[in-house]
Design a protein around this ligand. Sequence first.
Ligand code: PRP
Ligand code: ZN
Ligand code: MG
Length: 225
Amino acid sequence: MNTNNRLRIAIQKSGRLSKDCQSLLKQLGIKLNLREQRLIAHSTNMPIDVLRVRDDDIPGLVMDGVCDLGIVGENVLVETQAERQRNQQPSEVTKLAKLDFGYCRLALAWPQELGIQDKDWFNGKRIATTYPEILKQYLEKEQIEASVVMLTGSVEVAPRAGLADAICDLVSTGATLEANGLMQGDTILESNACLIQNANLNDDDKLSLINKLMPRLRGVKQAKE
Ligand code: PRP
Ligand code: ZN
Ligand code: MG
């Protein structure tokens, strides 16, 4: 548990969501000095600390109460929840808001030269992914017997490197698939960034601070519409 009396928010240190997270915190009126390459940034005008970590670590930090809030893609949240449920670890969070950035799809893809393929093609194939839990649930549902190769990065080069026949990875603009000669297939999950809260948070000061921030968040979202 975060016994610190300052509200702790986990955001992605560097990656697709980090810029939007930083500007969201700014629009909420949270003043931060993020210039220093530090793990923790203390707000200068509110009792808030911002932790900058790998996106994959954010759901776990919030589920375990190390951080009170987190901004993370639904893709990472769903994957972590499935993994933790299987390991009987705490996996609950309170979803406070769906944010209007970070949209992407988790999709299957394979080498373009193979042409269009249907689901049956995947039987007996190896699929590389960073999202083994989500992929396995999909394969089970579709009754596809494929093996899953877990890679934490560079998934898009796996077919060319001979590590897998196909991949299941995030697609945003499609540039990565294009650059690697991959053709996009079925979407397994659609994802947006979301704001999550530790499910057992019961510190009155922190809860009232969150209650003060939420209308501002709604204001920011409305202003963009
Ligand atoms: C994803 C994915 C691709 C890229 C696709 O990585 O793994 O590398 O985005 O985007 P594109 O379709 O616009 O080319 P991301 O940076 O989201 O996640 P990661 O840093 O956690 O690997
Ligand atoms: Zn990641
Ligand atoms: Mg990537």
